[in-house]
Structure formats: structure tokens, C-alpha cells
Design a protein. Structure first.
Length: 322
């Protein structure tokens, strides 16, 4: 490791580079203003225009979605974990074949560990540009996105085609499917039966953690948010804990697995043997296994931070403890 290695693995919020054509609904009215960010890992973008900030393979991916008010992300599904926490704004999450099986509103700091195998979408219902930070399970983030059939059909009417190779082709740019690539097939009625219409009472109590509850739980030690024995029980290939001013002392910690630090509120002083940096809300910092670091608030006032740590659990379907 060079003396600046950790510094080189800090992605600043203000330097994030968006892709506005990441997914098949990029031209669909109501979804055509969204921005996708791939911060660590390859992500799930379907566009070659997507910029990847850090290409490290650490067992999970970090990304983000930015959207203006009333902009929504269309219904899709993943085979590995998709976890969001709200960095800025107010967001409505909804799920089901047509998005009407259940919904709830997430405020800043809230986190949602979305169950695998259900169609889900989200919409910025705030009054300003909003940002949600994402954690996706697996180095390949589950191999991509499965779209509800109506999303693909509507996108085609606005000039975007998704090939069976998972690549987008834009007829507005004169692009066509290559002669040896067919269109992404729509899910059949039989396949759609495997996607449950999960009621809201089976989602919110077990997969949503609220910011101020976590602030209370992390008053004297890190709060376990996602993990086998955490507030949200799951083994998605990573664990998530939540830190506040009273959660840690200033002693050095040696990371035993790849670890990602994601400040939510306040400013955090990150130190290691060869240097130090200030982490601000929306920044993302990658700590490699074997590196020692310390964290403490850099200023007075409210401060909170999400810490994501890789585990040896294989990424896959949501674990319920059975």
C-alpha cells in the first residue's frame, strides 16, 4: 500500500459522475430524468456510458440514484440484495407486479433492505433533487436487472430496446439490435407467478430501519442494522452497522474484510498510519482488509455514518433465519 492508497479510494459526493441512460426506462416519461451512479464495483447499469469510480471487487457493489421531484425508477427485481438508504430527500418505495402490493415513505437516514424476488420501484416525492445510496450484493450485483414486462414494452415505444445480452440499444441514436442478438424476452405468465405480491405488513417491520431508532441504538456502540443477529436479519454477503458520536473510541481498528464507510450526517475524521482525511455526507471510502484506521467526529453537532463490511456469506436470496 502506498501512503496515499486510502485517499485514492475516497469518492467525494461532489465528484460523482452520473449516467442518464443507464437503464431501459431512460426515455420513458416520468423516468427520463433519473441519474445512476456506480461508485464501487461494476453495478447493474445496462449502458456502456456508465462511469465506474472504483473497480475493486469486494463482494458487494456501492451505487446511488439521483432523481428530481416526481421522477421514478421503474419496477424491476434483483436476485441478490438491494439496500437503499436515503441521503437526501423524501422517497416513496413501492412493490408488486404493478407496484400496488405495498408502499411506504422513507425519510433521510432511513434504510430499506428490499427482499429479493419482488418487483420494486421508487419515486422522489420531495421538493428538491434527492439521492439514495445503494448496496448491491455480489461482485456482479446479481447479474443484472429483471424488468416487469410492461417496463420493457413501454421503453420500446420510446425508442429503447434491451438485447438478450443485457445491453441497451437506442433507436434515437440510429442503433439497432445486432443481427445475432435478439430482444430481451418478456417474462411469461408462468414465470411471473414466482414474483410474490408481498403485503406491506410482511415488509416494513422486517426490512425497514428508521434513522432516529438507529441513532438511539448507536448511542454507546455501533448498531447492527443488517446481519444474522441485526435489526434487519439477513446474510446478503455483507453486514451493515450504524455509527454515531458515541459509538466508537479513537483507537485504531484493523479491517478483517473489505469495509466501506458512508457518512450520513456530520463530518468524520478518518485516520490511518500514513495520513488522514475528512469524510463528509455522501462521500464513500473503501478500506481494504488488513488496513488499520480510526474514526471520530470532526465537528460538534449531529453525526452518523453507515459502515458496510463484507462477509463470507454467499450473495443470494434474502435469508429469513430459517
Amino acid at each position: 500500500m502506498t501512503t496515499s492508497s486510502i485517499s485514492d479510494r475516497i469518492v467525494r459526493y461532489g465528484e460523482l459522475r452520473p449516467c442518464k441512460t443507464a437503464f431501459i426506462d431512460a426515455h420513458t416519461p416520468g423516468s427520463d430524468q433519473k441519474e445512476n451512479f456506480t461508485i464501487i464495483g461494476g453495478g447493474v447499469s445496462e449502458s456502456p456510458d456508465q462511469h465506474v469510480h472504483l473497480t475493486d471487487k469486494i463482494g458487494f457493489n456501492i451505487g446511488a440514484a439521483g432523481q428530481p421531484p416526481k421522477c421514478r425508477n421503474s419496477l424491476h427485481s434483483h436476485t441478490t440484495a438491494e439496500v437503499f438508504f436515503v441521503l437526501k430527500g423524501r422517497w416513496r418505495f413501492f412493490w408488486g407486479r404493478y407496484g400496488d402490493a405495498g408502499e411506504f415513505v422513507a425519510e433521510e437516514g432511513d434504510i430499506f433492505n428490499i427482499p429479493t424476488g419482488i418487483f420494486r420501484g421508487f419515486e422522489n416525492i420531495g421538493t428538491d433533487y434527492g439521492m439514495i445510496m445503494a448496496i448491491l450484493g455480489g461482485d456482479d450485483a446479481g447479474g443484472g436487472v429483471t424488468w416487469a414486462p410492461q417496463v420493457i414494452e413501454e421503453a420500446q415505444s420510446h425508442g429503447l430496446m434491451l438485447g438478450e445480452n443485457g445491453v441497451l440499444y437506442d433507436s434515437k441514436k440510429g442503433q439497432e439490435l445486432p443481427h445475432n442478438v435478439g430482444p430481451m424476452p418478456l417474462l411469461t405468465a408462468e414465470q411471473l407467478q414466482a414474483f410474490p405480491e408481498t403485503p406491506v405488513e410482511d415488509v416494513v417491520p422486517y426490512y425497514v430501519a428508521r434513522y432516529w431508532d438507529m441513532m438511539a441504538m448507536a448511542g454507546k456502540k455501533p448498531a447492527k442494522v443488517i446481519g444474522a443477529d441485526a435489526m434487519l436479519r439477513d446474510k446478503p454477503g455483507f453486514e451493515v452497522d450504524f455509527l454515531t458520536r458515541g459509538s466508537l473510541d479513537t483507537e485504531m481498528i484493523t479491517a478483517t474484510q473489505p469495509t466501506v464507510l458512508m457518512p450520513m450526517r456530520g463530518h468524520w475524521h478518518l485516520r490511518w498510519d500514513a495520513g488522514s482525511e475528512i469524510l463528509n455526507p455522501g462521500d464513500t471510502s473503501l478500506i481494504h482488509a488488513g488496513e488499520a484506521y480510526s474514526l471520530e467526529p470532526a465537528m460538534t453537532g449531529e453525526c452518523s455514518l453507515y459502515r458496510v463490511t463484507a462477509t463470507d456469506d454467499a450473495p443470494g436470496t434474502t435469508w429469513t433465519g430459517n
